[in-house]
Design a binder for this molecule. Structure first.
Ligand SMILES: Nc1ncnc2c1ncn2[C@@H]1O[C@H](COP(=O)(O)OP(=O)(O)OP(=O)(O)O)[C@@H](O)[C@H]1O
Ligand SMILES: [Mg+2]
Length: 255
């Protein structure tokens, strides 16, 4: 058995009387995508902040890339990147300039090549020279994720990566995240969108009232419900299906 990329045991965190995390346990396998689902205020961001060393837990243990967050926070920080809900990109610079800037700040050699490589991977080459102020929400988000990958961290945290994006931009981000995992990066993402977890995650955990109440693959989760019954229903298209039928389903980059 290889060591998981992320291991969380008996994690607890309270803000005064508010017991947000009441004993959270989960593992994330290397190179997999793990979705932490939960409603507003469930404690997803709190968990991500603890896993990324920004917040100290009250009890429990967390290791990331084999490093304990309590005893080796600097090693953990070197192993991860964190993309928060709001894009941390500079509007005045172009997409390429943003990437080059971060590569320079990290003292990497050949920042230009790193930038061009990421622009290609995130389908932003055509927009590379444009000011980020002119980018769409999906493009900004992709640039934000690309920036967080500079230096190739083995583990990335994405806190609600697609909140506020339209369905098409969401698919663009999903494709980027899938590609990351395909290349071996471990991804932990939080989301409130059930279909996002369904589309992306190898495993899905639901955080509810301070605990993980369900943790499994999509197929395992489906088995928690009674077997599907065959019924005759007149199926109305979903709004999402209508949206794609009308705008076309090509998740074209650069638009
Ligand atoms: N610094 C803080 N001080 C006091 N309470 C806090 C603090 N940070 C978070 N909380 C509370 O802890 C609970 C969990 O918050 P958290 O941000 O982790 O939830 P979340 O699952 O990320 O929610 P959302 O889906 O809205 O982002 C909420 O009730 C929130 O108000
Ligand atoms: Mg949150």
């Amino acid at each position: 058995m290889t060591e998981p990329a992320i291991r969380v045991r008996d994690l607890e965190k309270s803000y005064k009387d508010l017991h947000v995390l009441r004993g959270v346990d989960f593992d994330v396998a290397r190179g997999s995508i793990f979705a932490l689902l939960g409603s507003n205020g469930a404690g997803k961001t709190t968990a991500v902040r603890i896993l990324s060393t920004l917040l100290k837990p009250d009890a429990g243990s967390v290791s990331v890339n084999r490093f304990d967050v309590a005893t080796h926070p600097a090693n953990v920080r070197e192993s991860i990147s964190l993309t928060g809900q709001f894009a941390a990109v500079d509007d005045i610079l172009s997409g390429r300039e943003n990437l080059v800037l971060v590569a320079r700040l990290r003292h990497l050699s050949n920042p230009g090549r790193i930038a061009d490589d990421l622009l290609r991977r995130f389908s932003l080459t055509d927009a590379a020279a444009r000011r980020v102020a002119t980018y769409s929400g999906g493009m900004r988000r992709r640039l934000d994720i690309a920036m967080s990958l500079i230096g190739n961290p083995p583990v990335i945290f994405l806190d609600e990566p697609t909140t506020g994006l339209d369905p098409q931009a969401r698919i663009e981000v999903w494709n980027s995240v899938k590609e990351l995992a395909r290349q071996g990066t471990t991804v932990l993402l939080t989301t409130q969108y059930l279909n996002e977890a369904e589309q992306l995650a190898d495993r899905i955990a639901i955080l509810h009232k301070g605990r993980i109440i369900v943790n499994g693959t999509l197929d395992e989760l489906k088995q928690l419900l009674p077997p599907a019954k065959v019924e005759y229903v007149e199926k109305q298209p979903t709004l999402e299906e209508i949206f794609f039928a009308v705008v076309g389903d090509d998740s074209n980059a650069g638009t």
